[in-house]
Design a protein around this ligand. Structure first.
Ligand SMILES: NC(=O)c1ccc[n+]([C@@H]2O[C@H](COP(=O)([O-])OP(=O)(O)OC[C@H]3O[C@@H](n4cnc5c(N)ncnc54)[C@H](O)[C@@H]3O)[C@@H](O)[C@H]2O)c1
Ligand SMILES: O=C1N[C@](c2ccsc2)(c2cccc(Nc3ccc(F)cc3)n2)CC(O)=C1Sc1ccccc1Cl
Length: 332
């Protein structure tokens, strides 16, 4: 087998780049507007459609975005509570959802968001049957599975933002420790987005130098340099931000804009995104978790077949079982 065949599991053959470039964002809250602003500011697409339930907030955000036109490359922005405004989108980003209520169980939150998705996903597919769906709403891995089931779209066109943000925070924290730019820190957080994510320490490298070769205890309990604290900080800093400012927006906005650019421009960059992982690393269930994927204008082109150590595989399979258990209780 060639290196490419050993490295990449093909999901589908590419069909070339897009002509019309339109992105829809559902949910104009803190995250949705950070995504919209980042995408506009980077001139990634020609049209942006905003959808929400709240008419006034929608109208207010539309005006504010339109008043940016003097400062950015031209982009047509439309907003409506009517999904017709989303027609012919290449990518629909879903940030709509409701937050966990005080003392609410995760399962109840999920069922509430499933009910919200039943009102959103079919509308998006009705007006843009060829769209890619990118789910950001939490719990993102389960809601990406729910969007896939409700939409009936092929697996390559339904993705979740997954651990793309977790991995970006991971790179930043390692860059601070090593005094090397985050873009030159290579390594992946995979599996479930959030608290139960899996840091692939065996793959963290700078210029191809594996840090674990320099410190075999890296990521473990008895590591004198306590590198595992970096992964813990990826998780704890999210809670710290919620405590300090009540939400998070800027990093997730830029993380989503980066993936949007890869898709709209068919750039084939690799991102850790939530995708159907059945068949990978011994996972047998229909669950969505994050693995490094090659993204293009038609969605997931390849999944990277990473070499994981026994502990990393065990953690990933545990995430898969958790997802499957919760998915079994959902009512569509
Ligand atoms: N995946 C990640 O890395 C990540 C990071 C940060 C936040 N998030 C998630 O993003 C989601 C949004 O966070 P936020 O801070 O923007 O919340 P928010 O409450 O500020 O915004 C949510 C928006 O969704 C809208 N909405 C609710 N139900 C709707 C429906 N049925 N149709 C259309 N719009 C609807 C609301 O009106 C609101 O404007 C949350 O689930 C949050 O957990 C995910
Ligand atoms: O930066 C965040 N902020 C959120 C947030 C934003 C507005 S309200 C909560 C966050 C922060 C902290 C915990 C948490 N947990 C959660 C779990 C399941 C849910 F359905 C919803 C939220 N979510 C949403 C979220 O996913 C993130 S990234 C994140 C969270 C926890 C651990 C690691 C990372 Cl990289």
């Amino acid at each position: 087998a060639t290196v490419q065949e050993k490295l990449l599991e093909r999901v589908f053959d590419e069909e070339g780049t897009l002509t019309v470039r339109k992105v829809t964002i559902v949910g104009v809250g803190q995250v949705g507007m950070a995504c919209a602003y980042s995408i506009m500011q980077q001139g990634i697409c020609r049209e942006i459609a905003l959808v929400d339930m709240l008419k006034d907030k929608l109208q207010g955000e539309l005006l504010d975005m339109q008043h940016c036109q003097r400062f950015v490359k031209h982009v047509d922005i439309q907003a409506s509570t009517d999904y017709a405004v989303t027609a012919n989108s290449n990518l629909c980003i879903v940030t709509a959802g409701s937050r966990q209520k005080e003392g609410e169980s995760r399962r109840d939150l999920v069922q509430r968001n499933v009910n919200i998705f039943k009102g959103i996903i079919p509308q998006l597919v009705k007006y843009s049957p060829n769209t890619i769906l990118m789910i950001v709403s939490n719990p993102v891995d389960i809601l990406t599975y729910v969007a896939w089931k409700i939409s009936g779209l092929p697996r390559e066109r339904v993705i979740g933002s997954g651990t793309n943000l977790d991995t970006a925070r991971f790179h930043f924290l390692i860059s601070e420790k090593l005094n090397v730019a985050p873009t030159n820190v290579h390594g992946w957080i995979i599996g479930e987005h959030g608290d139960a994510s899996v840091a692939v320490w065996s793959g963290v490298n700078i210029a191809g130098v594996n840090l674990k070769d320099l410190n075999p205890g890296m990521g473990g309990k008895d590591d004198p340099e306590k590198w595992e604290d970096i992964h813990k900080k990826v998780i704890n800093s999210a809670y710290e931000m919620i405590k300090l400012k009540g939400y998070t927006s800027w990093a997730i906005g830029l993380s989503v804009a980066q993936m949007t650019q890869t898709i709209i421009r068919n750039q084939k960059n690799v991102h850790a995104i939530s995708t159907l992982v059945k068949g990978f690393h011994g996972i047998e269930e229909d669950v969505f978790l994050s693995l490094p994927c090659v993204l293009g204008s038609k969605g997931v082109m390849y999944v990277i077949k990473q070499t994981l150590d026994e502990n990393e595989v065990k953690q990933l399979q545990s995430c898969a079982r958790t997802m499957h258990e919760i998915q079994k209780t959902l009512v569509f």
